[in-house]
Design a protein around this ligand. Structure first.
Ligand SMILES: [Zn+2]
Length: 389
């Protein structure tokens, strides 16, 4: 019996030693950069937060902004509950520490953890199709003042951008994080950035224009806006978010203008905002211009600044509501009283809404892009329905 017991003890010892070696091997493999440990799906979000915490030295409500596209990539919704569980475990707040941006379904699932005190940002991508693991992780300092302070620091960041250290999201993460760190980034603007997924002067101009319309034609009960985003740029996503002006529901009609048309209309045309008021049974087409030259001149950017510097400086200038009344920034090109039939005509394909409103004379355009029924011969100065302000 004693002999058998001794054999069992030896076997147990051998098994234990094997286990220790195996455990040591697993731990050592996990510590090799690029050899991220595969985990269960249920542990992936914990791994992401732990990895960011290790790199940043902590995550907390006073210092952290998390930007992520969770929910957008295909099937990534399965991680939402785990993500919010990790998020709230750290006392983070939805409106103060998080920006969930929209991305396309074929985008990777990514997370950017920004620490505003150090300026460090840990960018993480995960794969979860077959095996669940952190597939990419990098930490960079993205403090705008540091990156933009000298030709050397700018060149160093340009190099990182060329290397796509954040997988092509360098501009988005840099601008959103730094703007958030100022403490002056309006949460309602952040909500627009969720849809637009980056922060640029284009979306900023939309925010200023939206506020102008709301101030001058208040969005009270019975009032709705129909936007002719013509010419279109990044600004349109503000209207979609803020006014529920979706293309599907006929809230926004998007088309472009030729350089010649832009020049003829003048005043840096931004678009036509049709205000329908059911209370007064009126419909007004408010045509606005937005002058980026003023923003460029006022924001402090220099001609030879790289785009990420000048665009961020423009964003900062446009974030300051005191600048919104700067003369010439927004101009009223025209306000035209219209009816439902005119609105319907403006919506038709092959129709230029500016010609419908009488702000473009098709006979003066060498190569009219969208004459439609208002083509050459149908339009006279006498029948011009709108007046330029
Ligand atoms: Zn944009």
């Amino acid at each position: 019996m004693i002999g058998i017991n001794m054999i069992n003890i030896k076997r147990i010892k051998a098994k234990f030693i094997s286990f220790v070696f195996l455990a040591a091997l697993v731990i050592s493999l996990g510590s090799i950069p690029g050899m991220a440990a595969e985990v269960n799906k249920s542990e992936l979000m914990a791994q992401v937060f732990d990895a960011a915490e290790a790199d940043l030295g902590g995550i907390g409500p006073e210092d952290t902004l998390i930007i992520t596209d969770i929910g957008s990539p295909a099937e990534s919704y399965v991680f939402l509950d785990d993500f919010y569980s990790e998020f709230y475990d750290r006392d983070l707040q939805y409106t103060k520490n998080l920006l969930t941006v929209q991305n396309s379904r074929n985008s990777p699932l990514w997370f950017a953890f920004f620490d505003k005190f150090s300026g460090n940002c840990t960018y993480i991508e995960v794969s979860y199709e077959n095996e669940s693991e952190v597939s990419y992780q990098v930490t960079e300092n993205i403090d705008f003042c540091m990156l933009s302070k000298s030709p050397e620091s700018r060149a160093a960041w340009n190099e990182k951008v060329n290397e796509t250290v954040f997988d092509g999201r360098e501009f988005a993460i840099l601008t959103i994080s730094n703007a958030w760190a100022t403490g002056e980034l309006d949460y309602e603007l952040m909500q627009c950035l969720e849809l637009h997924n980056h922060f640029c002067p284009g979306i900023s101009s939309g925010y200023v224009l939206a506020n102008w319309i709301e101030e001058n034609y208040p969005l009270k009960k019975g009032v709705s806006y129909t936007v002719f985003s013509c010419p279109n740029w990044c600004k349109e996503d503000v209207f979609v978010k803020r006014w529920d002006a979706t293309p599907g529901k006929g809230g926004v009609w998007v088309s472009s203008l030729t350089d010649e048309e832009l020049e003829k209309i003048g005043n840096s045309t931004a678009g036509i905002f049709v205000v329908t008021d059911k209370n007064t049974e009126t419909m007004k087409a408010v045509v606005l211009g937005f002058d980026f030259d003023i923003v460029r001149a006022e924001c402090g950017a220099k001609a030879d600044d790289p785009a990420w510097v000048s665009k961020y400086l423009m964003d900062l200038w446009l974030m300051d509501k005191e600048n919104w009344d700067t003369e010439g920034l927004i101009s009223v090109i025209s306000v035209v009283d219209i009816d439902a039939d005119t609105l319907n005509e403006m919506k038709q394909a092959n129709t230029n809404p500016y010609i419908v409103l009488g702000l473009l004379n098709p006979t003066e355009i060498i190569n009219p892009s969208k004459n439609g029924i208002y083509g050459v011969g149908n339009w006279t100065n006498e029948s011009k329905p709108g007046q330029k302000a």
